[in-house]
Ligand binder design. Structure first.
Ligand code: NSS
Length: 431
């Protein structure tokens, strides 16, 4: 079973070499007495040509019967052919159909809902294949960067008993008759772990019971989160921009072909080099007001306003020091102005907006307790989180990156649903 080559190797192989391939029939057409197929595997497409005299009647008939998406094995000789995609063609000498396909329901031109219902089949498409490879590389590069920089990967729980990002978007689960929640963020558990490991990160699903369907919200997404002891907001922002540069430059290097398939304008990605510009929330409000948005200091803003802000920047940029009333209780109050917190968002350019939310954490027991009360929560639910401030508290900071958000930006996608194989949002949990 192991002497099969991959299409991408076949496309760079020398003419005249014998080669065995397996995959699926992406396209099939007849010219005279020949059958042409475009064979697809995980790495790409190659044209294969079958003639009855070469492969024999039985094999030829079976390929004649095989529809698009049938799985096949072929063996043949590689030839240059400028008309074939990739400039190479396989002249088949033997082959067999492994699994016949029924009439494949996706023929081209179908609408969004139909393709979502048939996601299990649509995932075979060239576009989604390219996105999944880019996402794979983003995850790999994030791991690379942080592991090489001395951070530990950890495995926090998904079933939780308390809200991190407020109660409005919590999913409730029946846990042996007791209500628990699906995690919105691993942050509080990572904060626990820094007292042992100092610098930690995790990749977990996070859940948000978002009411509306938007271009950038999922109800289940993959969350890359970091947390570090002995680190203030400024230091963490430096780590953040360096790691984002590393990821984007790495994708440009390793995923050229996929970015091409997706017709991504790579010029704007090439510019992604640290340091990134920084503005305060107060400056962001001023920019919005100058652009005719009616918003005043103290108000929160969303995707539309972020898109306007991104017009002023070619690079990803930080927005910092938000009013305490619009951010969660765990963010540390600024020493110089207690109306604002030491929080930061990283916004991606070209209209994409927020991909990261982070902050320095409140490390003082009394202040944290009063902030929990100020925001209307019961301190009893957070006894273990408060305990961290009783037993050797340290200054510390962390952030969360939406993996589908960064994938959407880097791959240049219109909608976040295409950054995840099986998107979940309101009214959709199948397939
Ligand atoms: O709510 S966040 O802004 N921040 C937190 O959850 C912190 N507790 C993270 C931390 O400091 N460890 O979410 C962080 C990121 C945000 O910037 C987005 O990129 C992404 O998570 N995010 C989402 N992606 C997709 N869909 C939805 N609904 C979503 N919500 C947040």
């Amino acid at each position: 079973m192991s002497n099969y080559a991959k299409v991408e190797n076949a496309l760079t192989g020398s003419p005249g070499s014998s080669i065995k391939l397996r995959g699926w029939i992406h396209r099939k057409f007849h010219v005279g007495k020949k059958i042409f197929i475009w064979l697809r595997d995980s790495t790409g497409y190659i044209q294969c040509v079958l003639e009855e005299e070469k492969v024999g009647k039985e094999a030829f008939d079976s390929f004649e019967r095989a529809r698009r998406e049938s799985s096949v094995e072929v063996e043949g000789v590689l030839k240059e052919d400028s008309r074939a995609p990739g400039g190479k063609e396989l002249e088949v000498v033997s082959g067999r159909v492994v699994g016949y396909s029924e009439d494949f329901p996706i023929k081209g031109g179908e609408g969004v809902e139909f393709l979502l219902d048939n996601r299990h089949l649509w995932l075979r498409s060239t576009q989604l294949n390219a996105v999944m490879k880019i996402k794979h590389t983003i995850i790999k590069l994030l791991r690379d960067y942080y592991i090489n920089d001395g951070w530990y990967e950890t495995t926090p729980p998904i079933l939780t008993s308390s809200a991190v990002e407020g109660g409005a978007t919590l999913f409730k689960v029946d846990y042996f008759g007791e209500p628990v929640f699906l995690s919105q963020s691993a942050q509080f558990y990572l904060e626990v772990l820094i007292f042992s490991l100092e610098k930690v990160f995790s990749i977990t699903p996070s859940f948000r019971a978002e009411r509306s369907r938007t271009r950038r919200h999922l109800s289940e997404y993959y969350h890359f989160e970091v947390e570090a002891a002995w680190m203030d907001m400024e230091e963490l922002m430096k780590v953040t921009e360096r790691s984002i540069e590393y990821v984007v430059q790495g994708v440009l290097e390793e995923r050229q072909r996929e970015l091409e398939i997706l017709k991504r304008n790579v010029e704007s990605l090439r510019k992604v080099k640290a340091p990134f510009p920084r503005i305060t929330y107060t400056e962001a409000i001023e920019i919005l007001q100058r652009n005719g948005v009616s918003i005043s200091w103290g108000e929160d803003y969303g995707a539309d306003e972020e898109a306007i802000l991104t017009r002023s920047f070619e690079l990803p940029f930080f927005v910092t020091f938000f009013p305490r009333s619009i951010k969660p209780f765990y963010m540390k109050l600024s020493e110089s102005d207690e109306r604002v917190v030491k929080g930061f968002d990283l916004l991606a350019p070209e209209g994409y907006g927020e991909i990261i939310g982070g902050s320095q954490r409140e490390d003082n027991y009394d202040i944290l307790l009063s902030r929990i009360q100020e925001q209307g929560y019961d301190p009893k639910d957070y006894y273990w989180y408060l305990d961290l401030r009783r037993f050797g508290s340290v200054p510390h900071s962390g952030y969360g990156l939406g993996i589908e958000r960064i994938t959407m930006w880097v791959a240049g996608l219109e909608h976040i649903r295409d950054a995840i194989p099986f998107p979940r949002f309101r009214d959709r949990t199948k397939p």
